[in-house]
Design a protein around this ligand. Structure first.
Ligand code: NAP
Length: 260
């Protein structure tokens, strides 16, 4: 057995939404494991500090502005990565967003926005990276889903539906590209304390604290997860240590919730 299988030396990875939260933790973990990492999202101010931190770890990095709903920008993200590094080994479809509303209060525009970012974005990025991976006959795609995709979510219906779609699309892509040496897996996190989640819950005030406590209580382990606790399973899926895994979703959720 070689622990070297867990390393990503000189692999080239793209992490969407890599400037904050879970994506940032994944980008930094990949760099520590030896990969060069391209981070992409809408706001350059999120990306630059992470690209800098990757360079400080003696790996190469690019910070590229991309909206994962925009097919031209997504193609640019992949083309610039290949132009700069000559290949793409790993794609992490991590970009995601949501808002809280009951089903009866969701507009078609709100629905389409959330599905566009969380599901269509995964399709567009995979479609752009796929031909390069097929040509290489090698590649790894990791999709960040959510336990909401398994259990549903009363206040985040489009998000839950999109994440269920992500888990299903993961299986389809795995089947479609397995014979090309491409593995496609997903991670479904439970509650992870990130900037994004703090924003959704508006956790600054007293009510936010109470919601935060209730969320922790709903987890079997009784606490929120940390972004690194998603990054390490992502490292497993990105590395050759998971060479016989494809089409699966790993739940990183502190145990089955008593609520479900
Ligand atoms: P986060 O910090 O808000 O990260 C989301 C990232 O996505 C941001 O960096 C954001 O960057 C990027 N993004 C949003 N819309 C985008 C778009 N249209 N195009 C490109 N990038 C976009 O939240 P997080 O918690 O780390 O979430 C990361 C992933 O984990 C998401 O897929 C989320 O659904 C999933 N997840 C999180 C939890 C949790 O408890 N935190 C639980 C389950 C699943 P810009 O603003 O710069 O675009």
């Amino acid at each position: 057995m070689s622990l070297g299988l867990f390393r990503l030396d000189d692999r080239v990875a793209i992490v969407t939404g890599g400037g904050t939260g879970i994506g940032k933790a994944i980008a930094l973990a990949f760099a520590e494991a030896g990969a060069h990492v391209v981070v992409g999202s809408r706001k350059i101010e999120h990306l630059e500090p992470v690209a800098q931190a990757i360079r400080e770890r003696s790996r190469r990095s690019l910070a590229l502005v991309v909206d994962v709903r925009n097919v031209n920008q997504v193609e640019q993200l992949v083309e610039r990565t290949v132009a700069e590094f000559g290949k793409i080994d790993i794609l992490v479809n991590n970009a995601g967003a949501s808002f809280l509303a009951p089903v009866e209060g969701i507009t078609p525009n709100g629905w389409n926005t959330v599905v566009g970012i969380n599901l269509t974005g995964v399709f567009l990025c995979s479609k752009a990276a796929g031909p390069h991976m097929i040509k290489q006959q090698r590649g790894v795609i990791i999709n960040i889903a959510s336990i909401a995709g398994e259990h549903g979510s009363v206040l985040m219906a489009p998000y839950a539906a999109a994440k269920a779609g992500v888990m299903n699309f993961t299986k389809t892509l795995a089947l479609a590209w397995a014979r090309h040496g491409i593995r496609v897996n997903a991670i479904a996190p439970g509650p992870i304390l990130t900037e994004g989640f703090e924003g959704v819950l508006g956790m600054s005030g007293g009510e936010g604290k109470e919601i935060s406590r209730r969320v922790a209580e709903s987890v079997a382990m009784g606490r929120w997860g940390r972004p690194e606790e998603v990054a390490y399973p992502a490292l497993l899926l990105a590395s050759d240590a998971s060479s016989y895994m494809t089409g699966t979703t790993i739940f990183v959720d502190g145990g089955p919730s008593p609520r479900h």
